[in-house]
Write a protein that binds this ligand. Structure first.
Ligand code: P6P
Length: 315
């Protein structure tokens, strides 16, 4: 009888191997994340082969949908069904909460293609997912997520996830497998890069203008693409930085949504040792009252998040 060989960690562990042996997530959560990664592979292909252009419809926020928004949403819906683990999901591209399987253990909130309007400029764009236990997301907090992940479709397509044991990055390789390229991503306390969104708010919020002037005077480096997935990934990839999108007259609570964008990224950034805030408290602690709830967001290096909150807190 040969002795059974233990599962030896391969040189480039797959996402499935990592979920099972490093994150040690429950099998049904592993299946769910693997099915989401399959949808991401199809979105990766669709971005490269589907013509750009408008779908002739708008989403729940009244934003015009491009064809890729609708296609990405449908691809994710299909794979959430296949997973057999999802009770309900909420998509940024749909008005209502969608019930899939009353026996499902998880609920998923996702933005199928964040920054999709940038695809015609060939900028990097991404998909964002927050996963919760049970049938309800409303009434919970982003701290209740059991996992969060995003996929960034850029020159390379990468998937970054956390299930509560650190943040880990995978690249879509030549045979269509997500393989580990970076494990336990960390964020240092001080920022050298800044990524300031909703700049129209400087006219309503003098403190935002003062903050920008401080960054300019201190010669921090601007890194802003207009796609949150790319801009926040930059912080994780470089191990430092600050991303802001705060309120103003056009978007009093900031442009970004708590459930689809800010909650998953707050979870990931804090898992990597950074901080998140809405200006007064961690975004993880904000109660999710409604699907279209927006929130100011300040995420990144701890000391910079603290400074931003202090400056914005001054009237
Ligand atoms: P602004 C893209 O449409 C998006 O939702 C985020 O990905 C991005 O951070 C933000 O809007 C861009 O906002 O104010 O720069 O146009």
């Amino acid at each position: 009888m040969t002795t059974a060989e233990a599962c030896v960690r391969p040189d480039r562990p797959s996402l499935n191997f990592h979920l099972q042996n490093a994150a040690k997530v429950p099998d049904d959560l592993r299946h769910l994340i693997m099915d989401i990664s399959k949808a991401a592979k199809m979105i990766h292909h669709a971005i490269r082969t589907t013509e750009a252009g408008l779908a002739g419809k708008t989403n729940q926020f009244g934003e015009e949908q491009v064809k890729l928004d609708v296609l990405s949403d449908e691809l994710i819906h299909e794979h959430l069904c296949e997973s057999g683990t999802v009770a309900t999901f909420i998509s940024e591209e749909r008005k209502d909460i969608i019930e899939l399987d009353p026996k499902g253990k998880y609920s998923v909130a996702f933005d199928p293609l964040d920054g999709s309007s940038l695809v015609e400029a060939n900028f990097a764009i991404g998909s964002i997912f927050g996963i919760y236990k049970g049938k309800e997301i409303l009434g919970k907090k982003p701290a209740d997520q059991v996992a969060a992940l995003y996929v960034l479709y850029g020159p390379r397509t990468v998937l970054v996830y956390s299930a509560g044991k650190g943040v880990h990055e995978f690249i879509l390789d030549e045979v269509g497998e997500f393989v580990l390229i970076r494990e336990y991503l960390g964020i240092g306390d001080d920022a050298k890069n800044y990524s300031a969104g909703n700049l129209r708010a400087v006219n309503d919020t003098p403190a935002y203008r003062a903050l920008l002037n401080q960054w300019l005077d201190e010669e921090l480096t601007l890194r802003y693409s207009g796609c949150m997935v790319a801009d926040v990934h930059h912080i994780l990839a470089k191990g430092q930085g600050i991303f802001t999108n705060i309120g103003g007259s056009k978007y009093p609570e900031g442009k970004l949504r708590l459930i689809f964008e800010c909650g998953p990224f707050a979870y990931l950034i804090e898992q990597a040792g950074g901080a998140s805030s809405d200006g007064t408290r961690s975004i993880l602690q904000k109660k999710i009252e409604k699907i279209d709830q927006r929130t100011p967001i300040i995420v990144g290096s701890k000391n910079e998040v603290r400074r931003v909150c202090q400056v914005l807190g001054k009237k």
